[in-house]
Design a protein around this ligand. Structure first.
Ligand code: CU
Length: 201
């Protein structure tokens, strides 16, 4: 089965316009998502688990249908975890992912998975992902589904709620999965689309 967006008529977001000063944002972002990232392009493989491992996830799309890793066999997948209220990291990550997916053509799907299960429904997540490209899919799921998927990618996240703040810290890596469902490379949220595309070719 080839999984494509069901809702592709979303207009380009102003988010994309506000993303031209990436250096400043990355610095900002370091404090927002402290503790989970390095500033090199490639995350250290030791932190990723087994290179070449077959990925495993079961999530939910905007219609409540189950979406599994095997639905994407035969295609490349670029996948990242985040949340739609994220101010700096996720917009840049999704923007980069959208550009890669657009350049790579119809053989690649981008998947943005929200770890903010309380606020981000699958529909909200999919609308968000759709701002960044036609082939960008947003998925959500139950806490159990999200935790299982995050564990598979060695992604950690933490929701912090106080009286006046609601923040989500999360690993901001971008995972490249090949048509056999194997993890082939991992990038940081700020890795340029060009560098990711090199790994696809
Ligand atoms: Cu984020």
């Amino acid at each position: 089965m080839t999984y494509l967006r069901k809702n592709s008529s979303v207009a380009l977001s102003v988010l994309m316009i506000s993303l031209s000063t990436t250096a400043v944002m990355a610095q900002d972002a370091m404090s927002e998502h402290a503790g989970h990232m390095t500033m090199t392009d490639h995350a250290p493989m030791a932190a990723l688990g087994d290179h070449g491992v077959v990925v495993d996830f079961e999530l939910t799309d905007r219609d409540g249908a189950l979406v599994r890793d095997e639905d994407f066999r035969g295609r490349h997948v670029l996948l990242g975890f985040g949340f739609t209220h994220c101010e700096h990291i996720c917009p840049l990550m999704a923007l980069n992912m959208g550009r890669v997916v657009e350049e790579a053509g119809p053989e690649m799907t981008g998947i943005f998975v929200s770890v903010d299960t309380e606020r981000d429904t699958a529909a909200i997540t999919d609308d968000y992902a759709g701002h960044f490209g036609e082939a960008m899919l947003g998925l959500s799921g139950s806490i159990e589904q999200i935790n299982a998927a995050a564990k598979n990618f060695k992604v950690s996240y933490a929701v912090t709620k106080t009286q006046d703040a609601y923040t989500v810290q999360h690993t901001a890596n971008v995972f490249l999965i090949d048509p056999n469902g194997e993890l082939v490379d991992v990038f940081n949220f700020s890795t340029s689309p060009e560098n990711i595309l090199e790994a696809v070719r």
